[in-house]
Ligand binder design. Structure first.
Ligand code: UD1
Length: 420
């Protein structure tokens, strides 16, 4: 298994090009199940998660071709299976979202209950309730969800009891081919939801209101092929912005959507970094200014993203003062805290809050990546720390960050990947 080895203490200076959004790309790949025509995706990140999704879709009979460094064609001319097995679904929770498209296409689906990052209980009850609202019959057998809709799917009004990105996307993917109108209330508003709606609409779907809490979908009888470019990854951008602010230096991030990180930018500035925006880029500078403590409260979009909480915490570990970081989305998303503490951070976790008292310096140490985004927080900590840090279990990192060590090395970081 690989590990990342970092010699800390080097500032970051250079440019990083942000790739396509992982969380959008894997749902856009599932779109191919809704049409017998080719789906051509550009600005696709090459990640473990997109590979996992490719393996699952190939198993279902989709032919997949990669071209260039960021292009993918998916063609589900006919499906050879409606079963998504445990070995393929367990690698990534979002692969559960093939259930609705399979149901819409074939009237039947057998999909394993999902795996993914261990950042909380993460049930799929909202997904299953949505499928039932569309008229599907659902059974749970031996770890599998067996869903059938012999008479086809019917549009429905669904009010989510709380906001779920995955359930909103899953309901959208299913409703586009259901008969009649679907209304989703209390829908997630993330940019990835808008990206999915834009792609579906380019295929002939009738989705309106994506990006707002009420989404309306008028079902159509078929969808055509599409040539579509994935939205830039706001979490990758936020991760590097926070790394630059934490470690210090001057880093330009290009291919970003500034508006997608509206909750992050003011907090980075309050913490002491200077930001200069251009149309699709941002320059992050922190040269000599000390970091200051800032409180953070994770929320659904447009609030502060839970996927940047760990990376923000690393920055706060080195800030002057005490920062309170509250995690409202996942109940178990502080697993990076003991690892940061091993590097000298002063963190107390009390339920959903972490109290971070800034320290003068972190010290390099062997640490374990515990989930995808937490891995990035440990890399940042390693770059800011004095001495050598080894980050183990980097397969988490590879799920969601393309060429992270190359991108950071190009900015002067002393970071390498080694086989353990
Ligand atoms: C997606 C993102 C993930 C991000 C999260 C929140 C992808 C691939 N992943 O995950 O990176 O951290 O949104 O922004 O896009 N829940 C239920 N029942 C359900 C569904 C969800 O109780 O049926 C709970 C979850 O356990 C969690 C909360 O709802 O506590 C929000 O989860 P959700 O928005 O669904 O996250 P994901 O779609 O899994």
């Amino acid at each position: 298994m690989d590990k990342i080895v970092i010699q800390g203490g080097t500032r970051l200076n250079g440019e990083i090009v942000i790739g396509g959004a992982k969380n959008s790309a894997i749902k856009l790949m599932a779109v191919c199940l809704l049409t017998d025509k080719p789906v051509f995706l550009k600005n696709m990140p090459r990640l473990r998660d997109t590979r996992s999704m490719s393996e699952l879709l190939s198993h279902l009979g989709v032919s997949i071709n990669l071209s260039g460094s960021d292009k993918m064609t998916l063609h589900a001319e006919s499906l050879s299976s409606s079963t998504a097995p445990y070995e393929l679904v367990r690698k990534m929770r979002a692969s559960f979202n093939v259930l609705g498209p399979l149901l819409a296409r074939s009237g039947f689906a057998k999909v394993s209950l999902p795996g993914g990052c261990a950042i909380g209980a993460r049930p799929v009850d909202l997904h299953l309730k949505a499928m039932e609202s569309f008229g599907a019959k659902i059974k749970l057998e031996e770890g599998y969800v067996i869903a059938s809709a012999k008479a086809g799917l019917k549009g429905a009004e669904i009010t989510f009891p709380f906001i779920s990105v995955g359930a909103t996307e899953h309901a959208m993917l299913t409703a586009v081919l259901a008969e009649g109108e679907t209304v989703l209330n209390n829908a997630a508003c993330e940019p990835e939801i808008v990206d999915l709606a834009n792609c579906l609409n380019a295929m002939g779907a009738k989705v309106s209101g994506a990006g707002r809490p009420r989404i309306s979908i008028i079902g159509v009888s078929s969808l055509k092929g599409v040539d579509y470019s994935v939205v830039p990854d706001r979490i990758e951008a936020g991760t590097y912005a926070l790394a630059a602010a934490t470690v210090g230096g001057t880093v330009k991030l290009s291919n970003i959507c500034k508006d997608h990180l509206g909750a992050l930018w003011p907090l980075i500035e309050q913490a002491g970094a200077k930001l200069t925006f251009d149309r699709t880029s941002v320059l992050i500078e922190r040269n000599g200014t000390n970091l200051r403590a800032v409180d953070v409260d994770t929320q659904a979009y447009p609030g502060f993203p839970t996927d940047l909480q760990a990376q923000f915490m690393t920055m706060m570990c080195l800030a002057e003062g005490t920062s309170i970081i509250r995690e409202n989305i996942f109940e178990n998303r502080f697993m990076h805290c003991p690892e940061l503490s091993r590097m000298g951070a002063d963190i107390d976790v009390r339920g959903r809050e972490a109290i971070v008292r800034g320290v003068k310096e972190l010290k390099g140490a062997p640490v374990m990546a515990t989930d995808l985004r937490a891995s990035a927080s440990l890399i940042s900590a390693g770059m800011a720390a004095e001495g050598e840090t080894h980050v183990g279990r980097v397969y988490h990192l590879d799920r969601g960050f393309e060429n992270i060590e190359i991108k950071l090395r190009n900015c002067g970081a002393n970071i390498t990947r080694e086989s353990e």
